[in-house]
Design a protein around this ligand. Structure first.
Ligand code: UTP
Length: 290
């Protein structure tokens, strides 16, 4: 029997350089996709997966992320005074009523592995989820919920995976599959950001993980990998003999909102779900591209 997943870590201390100057004063994770900031979509996905403890790994330069999820008494009082009940509900920002929020600081962006390691004390000795807010997955059942259900069968470390174009492997952690039933892939190794000719497959990790607490012991070593950063893929690879690693081919469409084209596509895809907008939106897009 695998343990219940009740904690999620959001590594949100990166620099967001690909979106400068927009991300000079506004964190990338606070950029809106359609109606909500990226980070709120992630929080809602975690809530739908049954998560109750939300751990934000933030940078001292990015205080607005945590503010978004804290109560704002002055704003609330103003809305109450004006009887704006729907708007008051929106202030919850996707958190469940029993949510516990914790903030830990990553003083320098030394890599994703390091950001996750910063949450070590708060995570404690239980398996936990990680969501990278700039990877969005659109599906009726959230990607993390799909993973939690799969984790009940696999245990160990579990990552969300998808096949990427062969010439794009240098952007991802790429897997060396041992067995593959079309949905769940057992992994025997992986390489971070390999050139296409060095890639063991075209199966890439995207920004969802369920990790065994043993990962923190491996991350303790502070081993630097690709790009001089402490990589979570290296830590998972080191553990394969002791802690099995599986990939889940999730259902849904992924948008890489860490780059401009993916971010814009996500905005359109989410806006297209709004029946009041869809017709006008289609018309405007046709006009732009005619
Ligand atoms: P990215 O690799 O997209 O990096 O991080 P970035 O700094 O956000 O963006 P660019 O490449 O400079 O444009 C993926 C996620 O991991 C977090 C980021 O905040 C983002 O949510 N991250 C990355 C950290 O929290 N700490 C790090 O040291 C690196």
């Amino acid at each position: 029997m695998s343990q219940k997943i009740s904690k999620v870590v959001f590594p949100v201390a990166g620099m967001g350089t690909r979106f400068l100057p927009a991300t000079k004063a506004v964190p990338k994770e606070m950029l809106p996709v359609f109606s909500k900031p990226l980070i709120q979509w992630s929080v809602e996905e975690a809530t739908a997966a049954g998560i109750t403890e939300f751990i934000f790994v933030t940078s001292p330069e990015k205080p607005s992320i945590i503010s978004h999820f804290q109560s704002s008494p002055a704003y609330e009082a103003m809305l109450k005074e004006r009887n704006k009940t729907d708007e008051l509900e929106l202030l919850k920002a996707g958190l469940p009523d029993n949510a516990k929020i914790t903030e830990v600081s990553q003083d320098k962006p030394l890599g994703l592995g390091h950001a996750i390691w910063c949450a070590k004390e708060v995570v404690g000795n239980e398996p936990f989820a990680v969501i990278l807010p700039d990877d969005m997955v659109l599906h009726t059942t959230g990607c993390l919920k799909q993973m939690v259900e799969t984790y009940e069968k696999t245990g160990g470390n579990l990552v969300a995976v998808e096949n990427v174009p062969a010439d794009q492997t240098f952007r991802y952690g790429i897997l060396d599959p041992e067995t593959d039933d079309g949905q769940i892939v057992k992994i025997r190794g992986m390489v971070e950001k390999p050139a296409p000719e060095d890639a063991p497959s075209d199966l890439a990790i995207i920004g969802r993980y369920i990790l065994d607490p043993m990962i923190m012991v491996t991350l303790d070593k502070g081993k630097k990998g690709a790009g001089g950063e402490i990589q979570i893929t290296d830590a998972m690879a080191d553990l394969i003999g002791t802690c099995p690693l599986h990939g889940l081919r999730f259902k849904g469409t992924r948008y890489d909102c860490g780059n401009k084209a993916g971010f814009l596509a996500a905005n359109i895809a989410y806006a297209a779900l709004d029946p009041e907008l869809v017709d006008g939106l289609q018309e405007q897009i046709r006009t732009i591209f005619k």
